[in-house]
Design a protein around this ligand. Structure first.
Ligand code: ZN
Length: 200
């Protein structure tokens, strides 16, 4: 199929198509939309991308991504400094922040242990986490990791490493999602929900 647009536009479409959730069709639609909204959207987007490129860094304390280092969360004096929430990815940190779930600080591991994919402890920020626990002496470490085999393997590995520090280690509850119907849940989730039932 011959390209309907010049090489510059084709390049824009190809780059947009690499974004998660965008296939070639929607990338083409997004490119067209950007071009039509040149002043309103494309110019500010280009400026925002340029700023992000220049200013955004990985926080040296927690691994969050921000335009300041240490990040906004780490420098927020209203945060409970006795609690560190351990997450696999920055996206998980942002999800917890969006939910306003907890007013604590975080530690981003950069993934989870996965022997099958060749991800070992040295590929994650586990050493830095252990050092942080020794230095900051939090009273609680919340392992907010995925309820997958890799997530739980990582949780056990971290728990073993910091056992001697005496810090209380907790993990997220597994169970019925808010608004969820029992009939639709898988057996694993239902069993976990029964096991982890709480007083009413
Ligand atoms: Zn930070």
């Amino acid at each position: 199929m011959p390209a309907a647009a010049g090489p510059e536009i084709e390049r824009l479409i190809q780059l947009l198509a690499r974004l998660p959730g965008l296939g070639p069709r929607s990338a083409r639609r997004a490119a067209l939309f950007l071009i039509k909204k040149r002043e309103m959207l494309m110019t500010p987007l280009a400026a925002a991308l340029q700023t992000a490129l220049e200013k955004i860094e990985v926080c040296r304390i927690c691994g969050n991504i921000d335009s300041q280092n240490p990040c906004t969360v780490c420098t927020d004096i209203k945060r409970d400094r006795g609690v560190i929430v351990v997450v696999a990815d920055v996206a998980d940190l942002w999800a917890l922040e969006r939910a306003g779930a907890i007013n604590a600080r975080y530690h981003v591991l950069g993934g989870t242990l996965s022997p099958l994919d060749g991800v070992g402890p040295q590929d994650l920020t586990i050493d830095a986490l252990v050092n942080r626990v020794h230095a900051e002496k939090p009273h609680e470490l919340i392992l907010a990791l995925n309820a997958t085999v890799d997530g739980q393997t990582t949780a056990h590995y971290i728990t073993d490493l910091i056992q001697d520090t005496g810090v209380k280690v907790t993990r997220l509850a597994h169970g019925v999602p808010v608004g969820g119907e029992l009939d639709y849940l898988d057996e694993g989730t239902l069993s976990a929900a029964i096991r982890q039932r709480t007083a009413f």
